[in-house]
Each structure stands twice: as structure tokens, then as C-alpha cells.
Design a protein around this ligand. Structure first.
Ligand code: NAD
Length: 284
């Protein structure tokens, strides 16, 4: 079954980015946020982002208008009923996502695929919250979704080959380079990346080097486009903490145990770019 109509749930960093990617690839997109205001904000953000592409000459006015014409925003979950694929991208909280999957299962037409953009949570726990576990999988975009080539397709034990094939075709139509991975916390990228990010915070805390020197070292010595602190701020410290907690819960590897400073910063509301302050300060 070809995926034409895509529902996106969650108006955070990732939801908006995935909506842009899917709409630019020619899909009909229904954006769902909890309130009418945040749904409208998502469209405003999309307009801004597309406007930037027009300024850079990557998109013309007619293409921008066509993309926007394919997008509708709503606060009503029922509006997702006739989607072929729904990508959930709300807060990284298993209870919240499970409740949402159970509700989506009731609302969205039988046979449609329900996917999560979770970074670490067990996709099987979302699959078994529905009566269609063969049609549930992970479709994990990277941040910022319009710019990053990778999509991890996460296969829980229950997913059918057809489901995985259809989400692969969707990711490819979106111009992405999908990889398939088993349903283990962190999948490929975060399981390898987060011990590094966590250890960078530990290294700063124990006085081995400063934030700026650690970031400079990883940019200059490994050719990374940004250092670990800049990347933590981009991902969001709350999301990063949730990822480390989930990795530690699953594997009990001390490299995954979040450094206390990270938890304290989240408690203090220092979430990175999205809150205006994290390891660095950002003009808002
Ligand atoms: N930030 C990243 O770099 C990144 C990358 C890939 C995947 N993800 C995953 O994407 C998902 C969303 O992350 P984000 O970075 O966009 O987060 P975000 O904090 O920017 O947005 C979270 C969204 O969830 C909504 N939300 C909060 N509580 C809710 C509730 N109780 N019920 C329904 N919605 C609720 C918020 O209104 C917001 O729209 C998470 O599963 C995260 O792990 C994040």
C-alpha cells in the first residue's frame, strides 16, 4: 500500500520538521497538536522555514504554496482517521505515548500504520497497546528533520514485512536514507552517541577540560560539525536525559547513567536551544 496521507502528532521541534519533510515530498499532511493555537503555530513555523528555502533559492513561490496547500492543522485527533500513516512525535514518555497509540488505534482506519518517532522507548510497548501490532513500528527522524539524511526504521517483534517495506518506501520518497534496526533502546545512533555526550559532561564536571575546549577538540580533532555541548543543546537536555535514562534502564551500562549535572540542568529549566539556555545561552 502506498502512503499518501500522513498524520503528524506533536508540535515540538521534531513534529514540525517531519511535517515539512513529508509535505515537501508530496504527501497530504495533517498536523495535530493539542490546542488550536499550537496547531496554528506549527503552520507558522512551516511557513517560516519554507520562506527561508525560497530566500535561498531552493524553492520557488509556487512550490512553497503547493507544499502549504497540502498541509492542514488541527487539534482534533479524529481528523487523522483516514491517514495511511501516523507519525507520533510527542514528549518522550512511555505512558503518554501508550495512551495515544490506544486512542489512535480506535480512531485511525484499520490497516493504517501507526509509527513513533521515539528516540529510545521500546516500540513493542506501543504496538501491544493497539489491536494492530503488525502495523506498528518506529520511524525515527533526526534533528533537524529537513536537513538530516538518516531515518532509522525500528522493527518491533510484531511488525510485518509489509509494514517495514511501506515505511521504507515512505522514507525514501521523503528523500531520506533509511536503515532498519531491531527494537533495542537507542537503536543504532543514540546507543552509540549518548555515552559520548554523557562522558563529555562528566569530563567538564571533573575539570579535565572546559566546555569550549571539549567542543573545539571534537570539532577540530574528529571533524564533527559541532561539539558535544552544542549538540546536547540542539537535541534538548530534557530529551537527552530521557534517552540516557531509557538506555540505562535497558542495559545497566554505567556509561549510560546520566551525569547528575544534566538532571540538575533539566530541573532548572535549562533545556538547551528550545528554552534559550543550556550549556550555552541563545538569544531568543
Ligand atoms: N529532539 C531531538 O533531537 C529528537 C530527535 C529524534 C527524535 N526525537 C523524539 O521526538 C519526540 C518529540 O521530541 P521533540 O524534541 O520534538 O520534543 P519537544 O519537547 O520539542 O516537543 C514535544 C511535544 O509533545 C507535546 N506534549 C507534551 N506533553 C504531552 C502530553 N502529555 N500529551 C501529548 N503531547 C504532549 C508538546 O506539546 C510538544 O508538542 C520524542 O519522542 C523524542 O524522543 C527527538
Amino acid at each position: 500500500m502506498a502512503i499518501e496521507r500522513v498524520g503528524i502528532i506533536g508540535s515540538g521541534i521534531m513534529g514540525s520538521g517531519i511535517a515539512e519533510v513529508a509535505a515537501r515530498a508530496g504527501h497530504q499532511v495533517v498536523l495535530r497538536s493539542r490546542t488550536a493555537e499550537t496547531a496554528a503555530d506549527m503552520v507558522t513555523r512551516l511557513e517560516k522555514s519554507l520562506g527561508k528555502q525560497v530566500e535561498k533559492g531552493k524553492l520557488d513561490d509556487a512550490e512553497r504554496d503547493a507544499v502549504l496547500a497540502r498541509v492542514t492543522a488541527t487539534s482534533d485527533l479524529e481528523a487523522l482517521a483516514d491517514c495511511d500513516l501516523v507519525v507520533e512525535s510527542v514528549i518522550e514518555d512511555l505512558g503518554v505515548k501508550q495512551a495515544l497509540f490506544a486512542e489512535l488505534d480506535r480512531i485511525v482506519r484499520p490497516g493504517a500504520i501507526l509509527a513513533s518517532n521515539t528516540s529510545t522507548l521500546p516500540v513493542i510497548e506501543l504496538a501491544v497497546a493497539t489491536a494492530r501490532p503488525d502495523r506498528v513500528c518506529g520511524v525515527h527522524f533526526f534533528n533537524p528533520a529537513p536537513a538530516m539524511a538518516l531515518v532509522e526504521l525500528v522493527r518491533p517483534l510484531t511488525a510485518s514485512d509489509d509494514t517495514m517495506g511501506e515505511v521504507r518506501a515512505f522514507a525514501e520518497r521523503c528523500g531520506k536514507e533509511p536503515v532498519e534496526v531491531a527494537d533495542r533502546a537507542g537503536f543504532i545512533v543514540n546507543a552509540l552517541l549518548f555515552p559520548y555526550l554523557n562522558n563529555a559532561v562528566r569530563m567538564m564536571e571533573n575539570g579535565t577540560a572546559t566546555r569550549d575546549d571539549i567542543d573545539a577538540a571534537m570539532r577540530g580533532g574528529c571533524n564533527f560539525p559541532m561539539g558535544p555541548f552544542a549538540l546536547l543543546d540542539l537535541v534538548g537536555l530534557d530529551t537527552s536525559l530521557a534517552i540516557l535514562d531509557a538506555l540505562y534502564d535497558e542495559f545497566r551500562d554505567p556509561n549510560y547513567a546520566p551525569v547528575p549535572l544534566l538532571r540538575r540542568m533539566v530541573s532548572a529549566g535549562k533545556l538547551g536551544r528550545k528554552s534559550g539556555s543550556g550549556f550555552y545561552d541563545y538569544a531568543r
